[in-house]
Design a protein around this ligand. Structure first.
Ligand code: SAJ
Length: 428
């Protein structure tokens, strides 16, 4: 069986490489010529542990190749997998243009007996109402002539290869045969449980429910943290104690929720709910709470500087971390971006450091990247990302005497006993 994977990003490339290692002939399709070129010389354009080695191996055996010619790849394959990005636009509604364009390309190579699988995160109903009509424009009929299935990827960035091979996988089909074929295929790359759900839309919803569960629970933790700050309670210690309850798992407060998934997927549910006249109040409010967190950090910085007789305007503020979470290079939807923008508009001098994120991305925020030492040498140091490198920071490394640690990764007492003003999200 030949497989064509449309989209060679964070999820598509590891998926293609794992199928290639399982013995399939896989063609990776991407619209970016640099991505195609890099994969074809056996290198991974995506930073992900183990992926470079795996791509080298399967390109070496000839089981994986990349191309920009999607129509031909579709014509030469029996299985086509769509793994392209689905961002939200400025009105927080889904932008399915990449999925539509991949489906159109596939339709030009679609044949009787083919199976089309969508992995991209989409609003419920998109496979049935957006992808299927494009494929059926060919005159071929789903279930009779070709199969269609949806299976969301749930691997965690930085642990993608391990999770892809071990996580449970949810599959929904346009019909039982489509689901069965897709399930048989994924059993070749994962030892996790393969769960076939009622239909395409159920599988689409499962993915969105998972990320909405996380986002909403993080919002609860963030709201509790802000309330605790006002009451003079250390929220981190309180949450730790509450989580000893056997049925309680309060999430970790922080500077906001970044990344391409948790901060976007809830909007797909909101969009479809509101179209049906259901308000999705809680989910929308959770987004608002999480999106307000960078400005809450700004207020902590302002208050702390003022308590030391300084103002935001004219102060040097060192920012540690641009990535949306520790030890990744990904800065999509990072809470650091709105914080930096707000600090700049308040007239602060902002010194941004991140050992993982590329200097171009930092320049895109309107600041020059600086060394860790320079960032630490500020009036106020704000830790935004829990990169391993930052865990080595000691009180002596903060000459300005103010440390705002927005992640619960440092012991406040260690800094306070050395005369440092230590604050953070949930730390009064
Ligand atoms: N965060 C908190 N508090 C927490 C947990 C996370 O503030 O208690 C923040 C993180 O710092 C980060 C953001 O939330 O900014 C998201 O981080 P994450 O590590 O929870 O998730 P992602 O976006 O890297 O990956 C998620 C995963 N989904 C779930 O855990 C439900 C992953 O399994 C999915 O495959 C991925 O989204 C995706 O592609 O949807």
């Amino acid at each position: 069986q030949r497989i064509a994977v449309f989209g060679l990003g964070h999820i598509g490339l590891p998926t293609a490489a794992l199928f290639a290692r399982a013995g399939f002939k896989v063609t990776g399709v991407d619209i970016n010529p640099e991505t195609v070129e890099k994969v074809n010389i056996g290198r991974s354009p995506v930073l992900e542990p183990g992926l470079d080695e795996l791509v080298a191996e399967v390109v070496g055996t000839g089981n994986l190749g990349a191309t920009m010619d999607g129509e031909r790849a579709a014509a030469e394959s029996e299985v086509m997998i769509i793994v392209v990005p689905t961002p939200v636009n400025s009105e927080n509604t889904s932008d399915l243009s990449a999925v539509i364009s991949a489906a159109e390309t596939i339709s030009r190579g679609l044949k009787k007996g083919d199976l089309v699988i969508v992995e991209s995160t989409v609003p419920p109903g998109a496979c049935q109402n957006v992808v299927l009509p494009i494929l059926e424009k060919t005159g071929l009929k789903v279930s009779e002539d070709f199969g269609l299935a949806y299976t969301p990827e749930r691997a965690l960035p930085n642990n993608t290869l391990h999770e892809m091979q071990n996580n449970a996988r949810v599959i929904g089909g346009a019909d039982p045969e489509s689901a069965r074929r897709a399930a048989a295929l994924y059993r070749r790359i994962t030892s996790g449980e393969v769960i076939v759900v009622d239909d395409l839309m159920t599988a689409e919803m499962v993915k969105l429910m998972e990320n909405t569960y996380r986002d909403t629970n993080i919002a609860l933790a963030n709201e509790l943290a802000v309330i605790c700050e006002a009451l003079g309670i250390d929220a981190i210690n309180a949450i730790e104690a509450a989580n000893h309850h056997p049925r309680v798992n309060i999430h970790t407060p922080g500077p906001g929720v970044g990344g391409h998934c948790l901060s976007i997927d809830p909007y797909f549910i909101v969009e479809m709910a509101e179209r049906k006249g259901v308000p999705a109040r809680l989910i929308r409010t959770a987004r608002e709470v999480n999106e307000s967190m960078p400005l809450h950090v700004l207020e902590i910085v302002r208050e702390t500087l003022e308590s030391r007789g300084k103002t935001l305007k004219g102060s040097n503020v060192g920012i540690l971390g641009v990535a949306y979470k520790g030890d990744v290079a990904d800065a999509r939807e990072t809470p650091t971006r709105p914080l930096v923008a707000a600090l700049l508009s308040e007239g602060a001098r902002v010194l941004v450091n991140d050992p993982h994120v590329s200097p171009e991305i930092i320049r895109g925020m309107g600041v020059e990247p600086v060394s860790l030492e320079e960032a630490l040498n500020s009036d106020c140091v704000v830790l935004m990302t829990d990169h391993t490198e930052y865990l080595e920071i000691t009180p002596e490394m903060i000459p300005g005497g103010i440390f705002i640690c927005t992640r619960p990764v440092m012991d406040p007492e260690r800094f306070r006993t050395r005369g440092i003003t230590f604050r953070g999200v949930g730390r009064p």
